[in-house]
Ligand binder design. Structure first.
Ligand SMILES: [Mn+2]
Length: 324
């Protein structure tokens, strides 16, 4: 369990708090950001709290982001959520903060990034870490509202693909139960997060048709700019459909690559068992063991990467008799 005492001390010490998260945010980044903002505003009404960043997610609606001057930033405690690398933060102003706290569940590769680091790679979501912090704080009379709980539950549910990922644990479900007890409408939230438009439904069919899997072990799709334009979808949004490929028993690893504006490809990688994050790091990316991202690959590099992943899968199959 993380020691949250220094976090509480820092929050108490500063009159203004700025909350950051990563670029191309998912619902865990946004949910954690607004869950924390909401909780701080409700429990520390005298403090000013800012949610900073430019981008947002299309999966559910979040309030508008704030903006502050550099001078104001220099007075703020900065809290960075769900972000393992300094250059992945959405916005640069955190560098002006007198004190920097990181709360994250990604493996920690930048020990100098953050004055205080609350990192738990075993947590399925940053929202999970915050849920336990807020629960602990109830002993000090602080409350978690339904609204704040809803933000965190959105993060928990999306980062675990509805409690299905390999990092879903009893703690994940306990965090979910704690949040649900705040009066959440679970069914409505699921519809808000996972119901899709007709265009999305048809795009998912297109993606399934385009899957390339020569040996039925490793599967991937490459989408070029013309296709993305035709389907009226951005690269990051198209890559979120990767789960469409993840339910085929034969596939041990799978990926979706989308052409970016620089004539190279960005990709999302997933695997059942073999590690893909160390390989992703060789291709301008990174992430979790079984879920990672890569950036700016040429078509040849895609082939190289998928061949390397396939070799790992073959080695894994030949050393393992566990086939469930
Ligand atoms: Mn996350």
């Amino acid at each position: 369990m993380l020691d949250f005492a220094p976090l509480t001390q820092a929050i108490q010490q500063y009159d203004a708090i700025a909350i950051f998260r990563h670029v191309n945010p998912d619902c865990d980044a946004m949910g954690a950001q607004f869950g924390l903002k909401c909780w701080l505003e409700e429990n520390f009404p005298d403090k000013k709290v800012y949610a900073l960043g430019q981008e947002t997610t299309t999966q559910r609606r979040f309030p508008a982001l704030d903006s502050i001057t550099d001078a104001r930033m220099a007075e703020c405690l900065a809290i960075i959520l769900d972000t393992a690398n300094a250059d992945r933060v959405d916005g640069n102003q955190f560098r002006l903060a007198p004190y920097l706290i990181r709360i994250d569940h990604h493996p920690d590769h930048e020990p100098d990034f953050g004055d205080l680091r609350l990192i738990d790679p075993v947590s399925a979501a940053t929202s999970q870490i915050l849920a336990f912090y807020f629960q602990e704080q109830e002993a000090s009379g602080r409350i978690l509202s339904r609204k704040a709980a809803e933000y965190l539950y959105s993060g928990l549910l999306t980062d675990t693909l509805c409690f299905r990922t390999t990092n879903t644990t009893g703690d994940t479900l306990r965090a979910g139960a704690y949040l649900a007890d705040k009066g959440l409408d679970i069914s409505r939230l699921n519809r808000v997060l996972f119901d899709q438009s007709l265009n999305d439904f048809r795009f998912a069919n297109h993606l399934r048709r385009e899957v390339w899997s020569p040996d039925n072990r490793v599967a991937y799709v490459i989408l070029n700019q013309d296709e993305l334009r035709e389907w009226n979808i951005t690269g990051p949004d198209a890559r979120k459909f990767i789960d469409e490929i993840g339910h085929v028993k034969e596939f041990q690893a799978w990926a979706v690559f989308t052409e970016n504006g620089k004539h190279t490809f960005d990709g999302s990688l997933r695997s059942r068992r073999v590690a893909v994050n160390d390989l992703a790091e060789e291709y301008h990316g990174g992430g979790h063991k079984n879920a990672a991202g890569v950036k700016e690959l040429t078509a040849d590099q895609i082939k190289e990467l998928m061949t390397e992943i396939d070799q790992r899968v073959q080695a894994d199959i030949s050393t393992s008799s566990d086939t469930d």
